[in-house]
Design a protein around this ligand. Structure first.
Ligand code: DC
Length: 232
């Protein structure tokens, strides 16, 4: 990490799947003109690469090597969305399925995979600042972050949100199955031995079940201003 990187302010947004972290992180990064790290995408890409290359899910070493050497590009589109490219092929939608989400959650339990992705995640920290979204951004990867947010919502609400999101993308999904997958993933993410999902010390905890996206965004912006991370 160079000196430029070390002065870049960081806002971390951790929380369970479907809590709105991705949307909020994207809104914050674009409003502030900061860099964006979608760390979940890296775990999803590791899972997809493992499937594509027929790497055994029971082989931690091979999965660790795969994570470390992922050939991936995140391309910012004018619409504000990000195009994700793995080994030269666009996989933006492919990594968003619940199947890949569950596989990602499984590979994420492996220390070799977490170590393999650690430096790559830290490299996103650069001026003028970084918004990092994931499960352990505030507890492990950016412990020095000036603002750590823990964003959650009830499992039912998260399942309904994801249902609408996937339906809008034209994917064929069932609400009950989504709820089941979300609960299974929560359990796996919160109960793993390494870097389990939990609020970081001093985190601003936001339950977004009954909040609009704009309310969540405004709450975080107000806190960042209060902490003088951004100007009013
Ligand atoms: O945020 P997401 O749903 O795209 O993440 C997919 C999985 O990746 C999640 O269930 C657990 C894992 N993950 C993780 O272990 N640590 C992170 N910082 C981000 C995601």
């Amino acid at each position: 990490m160079n000196d430029m990187c070390s002065v870049a302010p960081v806002i971390t947004i951790d929380g369970p799947g479907g809590s709105g972290k991705g949307t909020i992180a994207q809104m914050l990064a674009s409003a502030l003109g900061w860099n964006l790290l979608d760390s979940g995408a890296l775990y999803r890409l590791t899972a997809l690469a493992a499937r594509n290359h027929g790497v055994d899910m029971e082989n931690p070493e091979a999965l660790g090597v795969l994570a470390q050497h992922l050939d991936v590009q995140f391309l910012a589109l004018e619409s504000g969305d990000t195009k994700v490219v793995l080994e030269g092929e666009e996989v933006t939608n492919e990594i968003r399925t619940e199947e890949i989400g569950l596989m990602a959650s499984r590979v994420a339990t492996l220390p070799a995979v977490r170590d393999g992705l650690f430096k790559r995640q830290q490299a996103f920290k650069d001026t003028p600042g970084l918004v990092a979204d994931g499960r352990d951004m505030g507890t492990v990867v950016f412990v020095e972050a000036g603002l750590k947010v823990y964003l959650t919502a009830s499992a039912q609400e998260r399942a309904e949100r994801r249902y609408k999101q996937l339906q809008a993308k034209g994917m064929d999904v069932k609400l009950a199955q989504l709820l089941e997958a979300i609960e299974a993933r929560d359990w796996q993410d919160m109960n793993r031995a390494i870097a389990p999902l939990k609020p970081a010390e001093g985190a601003l905890e936001i339950d977004s079940t009954a909040m609009s996206i704009d309310d969540v965004f405004n709450t975080i912006m107000a806190e960042a201003k209060k902490r003088q991370m951004i100007s009013s």
